[in-house]
Design a protein around this ligand. Structure first.
Ligand SMILES: Cc1cc2nc3c(=O)[nH]c(=O)nc-3n(C[C@H](O)[C@H](O)[C@H](O)COP(=O)(O)OP(=O)(O)OC[C@H]3O[C@@H](n4cnc5c(N)ncnc54)[C@H](O)[C@@H]3O)c2cc1C
Length: 412
């Protein structure tokens, strides 16, 4: 009954979204689109990067002014006060246009759901509106040189000093940290309890004295992530999210949202590969035809996995291990798709940058696969989660789960 009533509303919303997009944005084309030019970049100056941040901020502001930022976020925090179903409709529609809000992926995809679930009223009022309006970019300061897959083993230390916390440590692989105004940060606040129970979740202003951000160059040639050094930085106690020492529960919300975000893949569809095969006149090659058919099957499977997650969300069931299934399926798909693109190009696949077809877009999408496969949890880690939580296989031996963290052997 409710679904029958809800359907026309969603269609009205879709019509409104389409009309706005048609009037304000350019449709993504499958030939030489802005999206491909952006992906094809294999080196980027600081000026190029600044221009990209400005473009993202301008788009985010436009979406905000039109009522399309934070569609499912309550109006008192700057959102539209709509539904997650409307949010999905918007995402489906916007994907067909050349709108870039990439630098807000951590903020919109992870910080918003985390603050909505765990933030204080004051935190939601302070941080959500400027995030949604495109004024403040966020980054994620979680991983450390010795703690990625095993994130709960972090050693960045926070010590309370009156109304402030003093933090020392090093983070790594922090996307957008060099352009972000704010960061979500995990630090250890209690060394006398098992590792998951002594972590606190902070919000940190990136201009805080003592934060040094050093860009790292990726396999694709660009530097979108960084290592971040924290030396005696001070964070007000009011920027703790959730309970002191209770940050691991808050972190789960962020990580689940991150997996779902990465589940969105590289923004390519089956048609992109078909067009590539047509360009190289390979659609009659029996092996390429087989591989294209397999690619079509993969894209359909991902679509159904997405439907399943949406159905669970509509029914009010929080995402559980489904996000690991989706992350694993996406990882396998981007690996196969990267190989397929270069197989279609054949010997021309060895070219790079502007020498290659579409300025090296396909080489970059091949190289970009590892970012997607590792970021947000590797394939092996997703398999562990599925083995233990879905298949009920015996868990890995983890003596460090019960011992005080102080006594656990650590990476240097
Ligand atoms: C593009 C990109 C963007 C990122 N952005 C951010 C960011 O913004 N903020 C942030 O904090 N982090 C970020 N990361 C870091 C990311 O979360 C970590 O790289 C990831 O969790 C893996 O950790 P690691 O690199 O330390 O690898 P490790 O944990 O050292 O893993 C090394 C290898 O060992 C395997 N392995 C580890 N443990 C197990 C196990 N128990 N069982 C089986 N195999 C295992 C892994 O699968 C992997 O193959 C980003 C990473 C990438 C690639």
């Amino acid at each position: 009954m409710t679904t029958v009533e809800a359907a026309p509303d969603l269609e009205t919303f879709r019509t409104e979204v389409r009309a706005w997009l048609e009037a304000n944005a350019r449709r993504r084309r499958h030939d030489s689109s802005e999206f491909k030019r952006r992906m094809a970049v294999s080196s980027q100056s600081r000026e190029d990067e600044r221009a990209h941040v400005d473009t993202c901020k301008t788009w985010q502001r436009k979406l905000y002014d039109a009522g399309f930022a934070g569609i499912a976020v309550p109006t008192e925090y700057g959102g539209r006060g709509g539904t997650t179903a409307q949010q999905r409709v918007f995402q489906q529609e916007v994907a067909r246009y050349e709108i870039d809000t990439g630098v807000f992926s951590v903020g919109l995809g992870m910080v918003v759901p985390t603050l909505l679930a765990h933030g204080t009223e004051a935190q939601k009022e302070r941080f959500l509106p400027p995030l949604l309006s495109g004024d403040e970019v966020w980054c994620q300061l979680f991983s450390e040189p010795g703690s990625g897959s095993d994130l709960a083993s972090i050693q960045t230390r926070a010590v309370r000093d009156g109304d402030e916390w003093v933090v020392n440590g090093q983070k790594v692989w922090n996307s957008f940290a060099h352009v972000a105004e704010w960061g979500i940060l995990l630090a250890r606040t209690n060394w006398d309890v098992p590792k998951h129970r002594g972590i606190t979740y902070f919000l940190v202003e990136m201009s805080t004295p003592g934060i040094e951000v050093r860009p790292l160059r990726q396999i694709t040639g660009v530097s979108h992530f960084n290592e971040t050094f924290l030396s005696e930085i001070r964070i007000p106690h009011s920027n703790v999210v959730g309970e002191v020492d209770g940050g691991w529960g808050v972190t789960q919300t962020t990580l689940m949202a991150e997996r779902a975000l990465i589940g969105g893949g590289m923004g390519l569809g089956f048609r992109d590969y078909l067009e590539l095969a047509r360009h190289y006149d390979r659609t009659n090659d029996p092996e390429i035809r087989q591989r294209l058919a397999a690619a079509y099957t993969r894209f359909e499977l991902l679509r159904f996995l997405g439907e399943r997650a949406r159905a669970a969300a509509r029914a009010g069931n929080p995402l559980g291990p489904e996000s690991s299934v989706a992350k694993l399926a996406i990882s396998q798909s981007v690996a196969e798709n990267g190989n397929l693109a270069l197989a279609i190009e054949g010997a021309a696949g060895m070219l790079y940058g502007t020498d290659a077809f579409e300025d090296g877009f396909w080489q970059q999408s091949f190289l970009g696969q590892w970012g997607i496969r590792i970021g947000g949890g590797t394939e092996q880690v997703q398999r562990n989660i599925l083995g233990e939580r879905v298949l009920g296989l015996p868990p890995e031996p983890r003596p460090d789960k019960t011992e005080p963290f102080r006594d656990v052997p650590k990476n240097a």
